[in-house]
Design a protein around this ligand. Structure first.
Ligand SMILES: NC(=O)c1ccc[n+]([C@@H]2O[C@H](COP(=O)([O-])OP(=O)(O)OC[C@H]3O[C@@H](n4cnc5c(N)ncnc54)[C@H](OP(=O)(O)O)[C@@H]3O)[C@@H](O)[C@H]2O)c1
Length: 289
């Protein structure tokens, strides 16, 4: 496969952004933003920044002082960064977390783009988010934003979580969100048009998600937001039953668009070439041979 390749040379006016995490080495965001920077021959850089939790405030103020245009924040900073923002988008305010920050005149504006990225990825796969009832598994940071985005689309949404108190807390935050007991998740599939795994179960080196798909209707769409591996055990089980599936990598690509557009003044495309460039980094070396 041939990807754009050139040697970037930064001028003194280069635009700067990056991602703060602890750790941050696993992040695919530098690869993803780097692809767009190369494609558009932008005088700019997007860098990984390993910042421990107790240094987050200092780190953000340092980036502001150094003229960065903004940054992403990833685990474990999403909620702490929310508290450090001067202004917030509606989606950030609703989920009490941020993943994308914009710096302007010494102030920090925070947004949460996971929910919008999830919806855009569904649409890329030809799935109407409001076509029918949706069952969301998980009540962590990503699940919160996805629940809010699905409700915004007009979908009927139920949530279920291994720890029920977290699902109930989410339902208090988002009026209209129904709660289903974790033990009833498989039975509930009979009435769903969309199943979303927003738990971390199924990630590489972790146990797979425990859910039987035998009660699912043949029109159920199964979406997983986990993208390492690209095809999770849940997606493989759904495909084996002939169900339509939506993988998590597209969501990662779409959630990045808004930040890149604001920092580098170009709205980048999410397309096959980008997908394959990022996916290549997720395939274990031995299966590439
Ligand atoms: N595709 C993307 O762009 C994207 C974006 C964000 C996140 N993600 C992925 O989404 C996943 C969740 O991220 P997050 O930030 O929401 O994490 P989080 O806040 O830590 O939440 C984790 C969720 O997973 C549940 N869980 C963990 N292990 C489980 C198991 N064995 N069985 C059932 N439920 C289990 C937790 O349930 P309890 O409450 O019971 O612990 C909780 O609901 C991660 O894999 C992350 O990489 C993908």
């Amino acid at each position: 496969m041939c990807f754009v390749s050139y040697m970037p040379t930064l001028s003194g006016r280069a635009r700067l952004a990056g991602i703060l995490g602890w750790p941050v080495a696993h992040s695919r965001s530098p690869r993803l933003h780097g692809f767009w920077l190369e494609r558009h021959r932008i005088d700019g850089a997007y860098v990984p920044l390993a910042v421990p939790p107790e240094q987050l405030g200092l780190g953000l103020r340092g980036l502001l002082a150094c003229g960065f245009r903004g940054c992403n924040v990833t685990l474990p900073h999403k909620e702490a960064a929310y508290a450090l923002c001067d202004t917030l988008s509606e989606s950030a305010r609703r989920v009490h977390a941020v993943n994308t920050l914009f710096f302007h005149n010494g102030r920090i504006h925070g947004n949460s783009t996971d929910g919008a990225g999830f919806i855009a990825n569904l649409r890329d796969h030809g799935v109407n988010p409001a076509a029918g009832p949706a069952l969301l598994l998980g009540a962590g940071g990503a699940a919160r934003d996805i629940a809010a985005a699905l409700l915004d689309e007009g979908a009927k949404v139920s949530v279920t979580n291994r720890t029920p108190e977290r699902a109930e807390a989410l339902a208090r935050l988002l009026p209209g969100l129904a709660v289903i007991a974790w033990k009833d998740r498989a039975a509930a599939l009979a009435d769903q048009a969309l199943l979303v795994n927003a738990t971390s179960a199924g990630m590489a080196d972790r146990p797979p998600l425990e859910i039987a798909l035998s009660r699912a209707s043949s029109s159920l769409v199964v979406a997983d937001i986990v993208y390492v591996p690209l095809v999770t055990p849940l997606l493989a089980a759904a495909r084996a039953r002939g169900l339509a599936t939506v993988g998590g990598l597209g969501m990662l690509l779409h959630q990045a668009v808004e930040g890149f557009a604001a920092w580098f003044d170009i709205v980048p495309a999410v397309d096959r070439e980008l997908f394959e460039f990022v996916a290549q980094d997720l395939i274990p070396a031995k299966s590439r041979d």
